[in-house]
Unconditional design. Sequence first.
Length: 224
Amino acid sequence: MRRARRARPATGDPHPDHPGWPEVTETVRLTDGGQLRLRPMTSSDGDPWRAMRVADEPFLRPVEPTLPGGWAQGHTPAQWWAHFMELRAAANAGTVVPMAIELDGRFVGQVTLGNIQHGPVSECWIGYWVHSACTGRGVATAACALGTDHAFRRVRLHRVTATFLPANPASGRVLHHNGFHDEGVLRGNLHINGRWQDHNFVAQLAGEHRGTCVERLRAARRIA
């Protein structure tokens, strides 16, 4: 098995084949003093990843893609390892950037930049989840800001998209606070919680706002 590449600060020239990976973002301070950053997912995240997602099934299952074998089967040690290896292979191929949300040095969730395309398309989607014990502190908003800035500044993309269920307005607020604009509705977009469901579709273009997402959150006092 190849040794995982060591993560480095998000500075200097990005890697030519998989820009933005594996890199650690800047650290931001939440309004309650918490220190938050994004870093590459590692194999050691498996135990907290599984424990948090199993505990948060009532919150996550209604908004995430249906797991064929059920929620418990989708979070076994073997499934985590298969998931992690798939993410790492895609990251090394330059199509995914899987990041752990780290709050005060602890794993508390995940941000993923997926379906990364360069050239005339130059876009990706961003997705995220946060452990329920940390909600209400602005963690998701700050993590989304760091991930979106990473996509524009380090992966060097032109456009970042995202979707959220109409029944999940909290996720929509996270995206709108970070400058994403509504672009329409994707009908029957994903199989969620046992059925095909519509999603609101939002996007943001590089350079359409003044400053970075993090800078705008600071100006709005959503982070310290």
